[in-house]
Design a protein around this ligand. Sequence first.
Ligand code: DLL
Length: 447
Amino acid sequence: MTSPSQDRKPRTPSYHPASAPDFVPVPLLRKLQLDRVQAIVAHAAERVELFRQRLQSRKLTPADIQTLDDVARLPFTSKADLRDTYPFGLFATPMRDVVRVHASSGTTGKPIVVAYTKQDVDVWTSVMVRSLAACGLHEGDIVQNAYGYGLFTGGLGAHYGAEGIGAAVIPISGGNTDRQIMVMKDFGVTAICCTPTYFLHLIDRAAQLDVDLKALPLRVGVFGAEPWTDSMRRHIESATNIQAFDIYGLSEIIGPGVAIECPCHEGLHIFEDHFYPEIIDPETGQVLPDGQEGELVLTTLSKWAMPMIRYRTRDITALIPGACACGRSLRRMRRIGRRSDDMLIIRGVNVYPSQIEAVLLEVEGTLPHYQIILTREHGLDQIEVQVEVTAQVFSDRVGTLEALSERLADTLERVLGIRIKVTLVEPQTIQRSEGKAKRVIDKRGQT
Ligand code: DLL
């Protein structure tokens, strides 16, 4: 029997057959986009009440979409629309045609819910296969998938893609770092999928355990679900033999696989045959020309269970003018560095300060003065909430304080899906602001 790592002849064709649609001539791509946008707008207008009403109030019909530029006449969709129609109000197919449901953080206690038909799951798989192919993965690779499985789209999205390309998937999910390192070493893992900060943590922990990651066959990392930087890439690539790729996506649009870096690492190619991108000025909503920074707006061109028309992602980027040296005809966007709203991404989990505030306000004994402090220890994001309690609670027995902070941490964990350190402080401890309260102190860049 050969060990997995002995069987590592380079078998990658320079372009994987699954990538063929990435190279389609631009005029053909534009024609395909127009056909698809016309069909999806008609589908949404027929099936989604909210969209139908918005079209009517603008005196528009699907027939008004004659060119791709006409997309800019359509109304936007926002996260608030998903919240207001919770849970299934934006579904465009009956539940019997839905084969999968995922969910992601909303701005308050309830998540937002997204759905897929069988055909939608196939499209998702295909864009994930093309993503992994762009990273150089192929049959024979052993992929450790450390994105979380569950309602989060990262786990199953990467899983279907890796299986689809013919690799062997290890569905280890997130957490349990020592076991991750053991598996990486013992199973001959060649590629890892996880958040970039979790991988930084794996690097630190491997060093503590005396595991030399450079001695392993690991050669590709597919990192996304949160912003990261070129200096993180340099750190990852110097501590391992990995080539690190940035993968972008969001639940509302499909999950991971909306855009991917190619080996040129000069921006992320958007799978334009399935997602139509625009960049807008987040203040005015006006479409901006290529090269200018603004908010990314995406229209799904082939998602039937829950089409998204002009969805405001809140992610700030720019479309990169010109062609990429790799030959893909798909346009590229700059990596996402920030958002135009206050959503935080902690260990890959989306958190809105408003969700935390909603929990704090419900619990008796706390005051509406709080601060969220973010730090990074050994590559892992840490989040602490400091909250003032009433003088009476504070003067009570220590046991009362402990019980209250436990209760808050439990409730926050239930709502957010991650454990937060809760520190109760005396009244008047948290600095008051003269203008907008500064709720979030992000020290992650400094640690
Ligand atoms: O994070 C989907 C995903 C899973 C993408 C695994 C990549 C890998 P959501 O939980 O809905 O979906 O969060 C979407 O995360 O609007 C961005 O703000 C942020 N985000 C995702 N990928 C990147 C990235 C998944 N590569 C939100 N760079 C998005 C920066 C990212 N931010």
